[in-house]
Design a protein around this ligand. Structure first.
Ligand SMILES: [Zn+2]
Length: 399
């Protein structure tokens, strides 16, 4: 395979260096360009910043209406019941196949720099396995663009929707990489029963677990402890992730420490969402307590919400803004949740410019990491597994 030399590349905003890429991985990083070889392809990045490819640890590609005509949204307040109705209505009304919509959305994610993505795929009797099948096919079709992993997700509940448990198991047999849970108490009304089903299937099929958990306050804290117990009992440390953890949003300092210690000890990661109405958890404190975290684009331009575009650098900006990060080290931390820390949280191998690491990277015009977080520039180049797949926000070639 042709060697690619990225010259004048400022890795993580450092001094200009040359990155040699061969056979999909980082070959070497040197202060001076190496001796030329016949067929070298040279990209002079002219001092641009280069960061590892972005990790979207939580998105709903199957729900996105990306590329579709604008859908007028009229619900003023989104309740869980309204969201359930919208989900069923969207699946019934959208004539564009889910695979077509999701491909358009995921293409936009890649063009914005996401080289690793975890997507949820709704599973319910009204929906069947269409979403899971479509996402697994896209994983295959788009493997040269991004690493896509799929969570079989009971968006309408499990006990609340008889027949869902069987479908979830079918989804895992098809190859879904993780099983999702949703508000074990709030939606299903029997938290222990939902936890038993989800963890039972995870143990049976050896897959990861990913819970949406909108229960707040003491109920949320109680659920975290029950999930931690099961995670440890089944040896699933490092394979469980919680998202939309409302109980983490504004606990007392002492409770936050207890929660952080419990999550860290059980090896449970948190996917940080950035929601308009809710405070972002105290990510610096949680990180200090050893909690692994990733960032997610969550629902993007769905029937529920017009917001979101799959751009993880913008997501890091929103997170940093809501946390009122001002110091550069905090802004850099926000970026790392969207890159290296996110990979670690989801158990993906490191990809941060060591020889042999996957050559997944993004080039960004800018002076400093803090600057690109507060003012996200266009991604001038996105490389996936040693191949340039996007330039200035557009996929290249026949990607
Ligand atoms: Zn979600």
């Amino acid at each position: 395979m042709t060697r690619i030399l990225l010259t004048n590349a400022r890795l993580d905003g450092g001094e200009p260096r040359t990155v040699a890429v061969r056979d999909g991985v980082i070959d070497a990083v040197t202060d001076q360009p190496p001796a030329p070889e016949p067929g070298d392809h040279v990209e002079d990045l002219a001092g641009q910043i280069v960061v590892p490819g972005f990790v979207d640890g939580h998105c709903h590609a199957d729900k996105s209406l990306w590329g579709e005509p604008w859908a007028r949204r009229t619900s003023e307040v989104i309740s869980m019941d309204q969201m359930f109705e919208d989900t069923v209505a969207q699946w019934a009304a959208t004539t564009t196949p889910v695979a077509t919509r999701a491909r358009a959305f995921l293409g936009a994610c890649v063009a914005a720099g996401s080289t690793s993505i975890r997507t949820f795929a709704d599973v319910a009797p009204e929906i069947g396995l269409e979403g899971v099948e479509a996402m697994l096919q896209l994983r295959q079709d788009m493997r040269h663009l991004t690493d896509l992993t799929v969570v079989a997700f009971p968006q309408l509940g499990i006990l609340r929707k008889p027949g869902t448990e069987v479908l979830l198991e079918e989804a895992l047999k098809l190859g879904a990489h993780a099983i999702g849970g949703l508000d074990p108490a709030g939606v299903d009304g029997d938290a222990i029963a939902q936890l038993d089903i989800v963890f039972g299937l995870a143990a049976k099929y050896g897959v990861a677990v990913d819970f949406h958990m909108h229960e707040d306050g003491e109920l949320g804290w109680w659920l975290i402890r029950r999930i931690a117990e099961r995670t440890k009992a089944l040896g699933l440390q490092g394979k469980v992730c919680l998202c939309d953890v409302f109980s983490l949003a504004d606990p007392t300092p002492q409770r936050l420490r207890e929660m952080g210690d419990t999550l860290a000890e059980a090896g449970i990661a948190v996917a940080v969402g950035v929601h308009g109405l809710l405070p972002v958890p105290d990510v610096r404190t949680l990180h200090g307590l050893g909690v692994k975290m990733c960032l997610g684009s969550d629902s993007s331009r769905s029937l529920w919400s017009p917001w979101g575009d799959g751009d993880m650098l913008s997501r890091a900006m929103f997170m940093a803004y809501k946390c009122y990060f001002r110091r550069d080290e905090d802004l850099e931390f926000a970026l790392r949740i969207a890159t290296t820390l996110g990979r670690d949280a989801l158990g993906w191998p490191r990809a941060d410019f060591r020889p042999g690491d996957p050559a997944d990277l993004v080039a960004l015009p800018g002076q400093a990491l803090g600057e690109v977080v507060v003012s996200p520039p266009k991604r001038s180049l996105v490389m996936k597994a040693g191949r340039i797949v996007a330039r200035y926000g557009k996929l290249v070639g026949n990607s």
